[in-house]
Design a protein around this ligand. Structure first.
Ligand code: PAF
Length: 280
């Protein structure tokens, strides 16, 4: 497995593999890898001949400076985890390499970025689009693999690919969970032992909410979820919304003829956790 930091080197390797007729699978990450990321790499390996993974903590997608500062980083450990997978190339650039100058590009994803993460983390998806468009341009993958845990990000990336006419297939991959149901996330490592023990309440409540629908109205389910989780100190729901899984428009009636997904963001002290569940 190769680890490169320079764009030119990355491009030369990818060109070489493409000239051999190999298809390129790409898994963009911010490092602090866990089994959720490794499952994306595994799926990429099943669907492509050559797998590249990027590790880059992208400053432009953090609207909270402390979150950026505290984001876990451990490149050596990430590389040794990837050694055991289908990954053949790791691209781990420095900030100056990816942003030699200010990136002033403004993307517009309409409704997709006005709700949920877009509402509470202004500028976040613009930063995601800035970095992912750069990475796509450098790696030129045939397929790119993203976890369904970041449900809204996936919708934004699909829109990005469409807007830029990129010939890249976006492959949604299932959310990986710990045995107790907590969605795997790099941020979980920042929870105290006590917080970690309580954190499965998030997914447990989402499952119960799905079971309660449609005996309760959408609004009642929304309130019930927040009340349940807010009772557990120090958990505080930032939002819980039930949305159309394509347009991400908020749903107000179970009879709306669209696929519905419930998306949640919860603060546990200063650590922000997100999750989602499909409603029938
Ligand atoms: O999902 C992530 O880890 C990041 O948002 C991504 C897609 C790697 C862009 O920095």
């Amino acid at each position: 497995m190769l680890v490169v930091k320079q764009i030119k080197e990355l491009q030369e390797i990818i060109e070489r593999e493409k000239s051999k007729g190999k298809t390129i699978g790409f898994v963009p990450t911010m490092g602090a890898l866990h089994n959720g990321h490794l499952s994306l790499v595994e799926i990429a390996g099943q669907q492509s001949d050559y797998v590249a993974v990027s590790i880059f903590v992208n400053p432009t997608q953090f609207n909270d400076k402390n979150d950026l500062k505290n984001y876990p980083r451990d490149l050596d450990n990430d590389v040794s985890l990837l050694e055991e997978t289908a990954c053949q190339l790791v691209f781990a650039p420095e900030v100056e390499t990816m942003y030699p100058g200010e990136d002033n590009r403004q993307f517009n994803f309409g409704q997709l970025e006005t709700v949920m993460e877009g509402k509470y983390r202004p500028g976040h998806f613009n930063g995601v689009a800035q970095i992912v468009s750069k990475l796509f341009d450098m790696v030129k993958p045939d397929k790119a693999f993203f976890g369904l845990k970041d449900f809204q990000q996936l919708a934004v990336i699909k829109a990005l690919v469409k807007q830029l006419n990129l010939p890249i297939e976006i492959v949604p991959c299932p959310t990986m969970r710990e045995e107790d149901g907590l969605a795997m996330s790099s941020r979980n490592t920042r929870l105290t032992e006590e917080q970690r023990a309580a954190a499965p309440i998030i997914y447990k409540t989402l499952i119960e909410a799905r079971n309660k629908a449609p005996q309760m109205s959408v609004e009642e389910v929304r309130k019930w979820v927040s009340n349940e989780i807010n009772q557990i100190n120090p958990f505080e729901v930032e939002y819980f919304e039930i949305v159309d899984d394509e347009s991400l428009s908020l749903i107000s009636d179970w009879n709306e003829p669209v696929n519905k997904v419930g998306c949640i963001a919860v603060f546990c002290d200063k650590i922000r956790l997100i999750d989602n569940i499909a409603f029938q």
